[in-house]
Write a protein that binds this ligand. Structure first.
Ligand SMILES: *[C@@H]1O[C@H](CO)[C@@H](O)[C@H](O)[C@H]1NC(C)=O
Ligand SMILES: *[C@@H]1O[C@H](CO)[C@@H](O)[C@H](O)[C@H]1NC(C)=O
Ligand SMILES: *[C@@H]1O[C@H](CO)[C@@H](O)[C@H](O)[C@H]1NC(C)=O
Length: 540
């Protein structure tokens, strides 16, 4: 009981709870508390670093108040150019708690049906209806909170009408369709439990129906309606980067919301109103440059998409405006076009500017994805993490959080890496070194705002399957609300690349203090059965 209160910092624990642990951990056929049983308890699932209570944050704020677990090109099984399209990666993502699924929809080759594929590439298509059905069957396996489908629409109006029918037929009463033209404020995840929400660019020809009707007879079908080229004019650099993406062979996201390359065709015909009625989250089409794009309309909310490069550029000149925009509106960030290998980028730039949908290639792997997975271990893994207050509040004199300002240290996280175990059970015994036990070291550090981001490591312990490092590190944090603890174990090899021995990433603001068992995951983010570290956390 004293250990639980004094070391683990659990001030609500009772003597009965402590007795319960003793009873359940007497696995070794000996009664009472003894060293082996206590050690086993420390490394057990009963002693994890995050609280096991599940969803524990307020879920009744508008969607714009949350970071949302978001996929990019969710239908791709591999790279961005030649991999197969399938509903399998969509199902996998939903099972991991991903809440935003992106589908690029195109006419099939006979133009009678709708396929999902990565336009302009050699990816083989999957039928839209198959993807919708799989979303319907798997949406709420990992979380009850809403699933948003972002559509990248390359369709003709007759096929848009077909999509409306498919979506309506597939999701029926779980589909959220707002009564009014445009939402004044986003609904909350709580009110949207077990609902599906569609987000895309509303066909503007419907908005401008009257105008089009007038033009319909005898007009030139190839003549554009107007503002296609406006985006980026004010900031030539930004436009440059849009075109730059194009050159690199991936033009899909440019026709997402902001660019309107296929608008000419559609704009000449009146679209079926059913399609527009499906769209709950309007992807805005900004006219003008970045300042215009970030303008906040008090009467309606919308979603804006920026590539990682566009965000980086915009952050240099318009950091506070981006934060202000994301207080009510949704910002989606997507990987730049040259990431044809389905790699990802640093998600913190988006998060520190309040971007709710930092869209990732979930089929990829690597450190950025580990950080993404770490963020969404928070709040019971439900796919929605409340944004910190400072990103949502405006000060008494209308002050907005400025992501460029370096803040004073608010908290210091003290981390002790005691020891690790489980590799002997998990790996072939010659996996790390052919003739001797492995030489493990642990890298530990923080992914957060630039001032907090750092990595350090323990000594390498030679020839030991159960390394005991017993080293303590201190991480001063200026924004602990956005800090993720990164942990990686590697095995040192003198003559070749070090072997990988597991990783995890944990939201610092949800870390439980005290001595904890830290399960490690493989490169893809799948949990090892046996491998875990014993670590200690303290906040000073
Ligand atoms: C396109 O879809 C229609 C309707 O489902 C189907 O009959 C046709 O075979 C499809 N065309 C191709 C080339 O797949
Ligand atoms: C969906 O279907 C219902 C009837 O099944 C119909 O009343 C409704 O208008 C349809 N909605 C759309 C957006 O097509
Ligand atoms: C671990 O390190 C602490 C602090 O340096 C030291 O007091 C303690 O004896 C060490 N424990 C072991 C088992 O080596």
């Amino acid at each position: 009981h004293r250990f639980l209160t004094e070391v683990q910092g659990d001030d609500k624990v009772t003597k009965e709870d402590a007795q319960g642990i003793i009873n359940s951990s007497s696995i070794l056929h000996r009664r009472g508390l003894h060293l082996d049983a206590f050690f086993k308890y420390l490394l057990s699932d009963a002693n994890l670093p995050l609280s096991p209570v599940g969803v524990h944050r307020d879920m009744s704020a508008p969607l714009s108040h949350y970071f949302i677990y978001t996929g990019h090109n969710s239908y791709l099984t591999g790279n961005q150019l030649s991999s197969d399209c399938s509903d399998a990666p969509i199902i996998q993502a939903l099972h991991k708690g991903v809440r935003v699924i992106e589908l690029d929809i195109w006419p099939n080759s006979s133009k009678e049906n709708v396929d999902v594929l990565h336009g302009g590439t050699f990816t083989s298509p999957v039928e839209l209806i198959k993807c919708l059905k799989s979303i319907n069957n798997h949406a709420f396996v990992a979380s009850d909170y809403p699933v948003v489908i972002t559509l990248e629409d390359h369709l003709t109006p007759d096929l848009q009408a077909k999509v409306a029918e498919m979506v309506n037929q597939t999701f029926r009463e779980i589909l959220f369709t707002p009564g009014s033209e445009c939402l004044k404020e986003f609904p909350s995840p709580q009110s949207m439990k077990k609902r599906v929400i569609i987000s895309t660019k509303p066909p503007k020809e419907y908005l401008e129906a009257k105008e089009i009707k007038e033009k319909e007879n005898g007009s030139d079908r190839s003549k554009p309606l107007g503002d296609e080229e406006a985006w980026g004019k004010e900031v030539p650099d930004l436009e440059g980067s849009i075109r730059g993406d194009n050159k690199n062979g991936d033009d899909e996201d440019q026709s997402d919301e902001e660019d309107d390359s296929d608008g000419d065709l559609k704009s000449q015909q009146l679209v079926a109103p059913q399609y527009k009625h499906l769209i709950a989250i309007h992807a805005g089409k900004p006219k003008g440059g970045i300042s215009e794009a970030l303008k906040v309309d008090p009467d309606k909310v919308r979603r804006l998409s920026l590539s990682e490069e566009q965000l980086e550029k915009a952050a240099k000149t318009h950091g506070k405006e981006i934060v202000r925009f994301t207080q009510r509106n949704i910002l989606r960030v997507y990987p730049k076009g040259i990431r044809v290998d389905s790699s990802n980028y640093n998600p913190l730039i988006g998060w520190m500017h309040g971007a709710q949908m930092v869209a990732f290639n979930m089929q990829g792997h690597g450190r950025s994805l580990w950080i993404m997975q770490g963020m969404f271990r928070a709040n019971g893994g439900c796919g929605y993490v409340e944004k910190p207050d400072f990103l949502l509040k405006t000060g008494p004199n209308n002050e907005i959080f400025d992501p460029k300002v370096r803040l004073p240290v608010k908290k210091t996280l003290k981390v002790t890496v005691y020891m690790g175990e489980g590799w002997y059970q998990e790996f072939p015994h010659t996996y790390f070194d052919q003739y001797s036990p492995p030489d493990f070291y642990t890298r530990v550090g923080i992914a957060g705002v630039p001032a907090d981001t750092m990595m350090t490591k323990t000594k390498t312990l030679e020839d030991n399957w159960v390394p005991a490092w017993n080293e303590t590190f201190e991480f001063p944090l200026t924004v602990p609300e956005l800090a993720l603890l990164r942990v990686e174990v590697h095995e040192y090899d003198m003559s070749e690349k070090d072997d990988f021995g597991g990783q995890t990433c944990l939201p610092v603001w949800e870390l439980r203090k005290g001595i904890r068992a830290i399960p490690l995951y493989n490169r893809k983010g799948e949990k090892f059965k046996h491998v875990r570290l014993l670590m200690r956390f303290d906040f000073v």
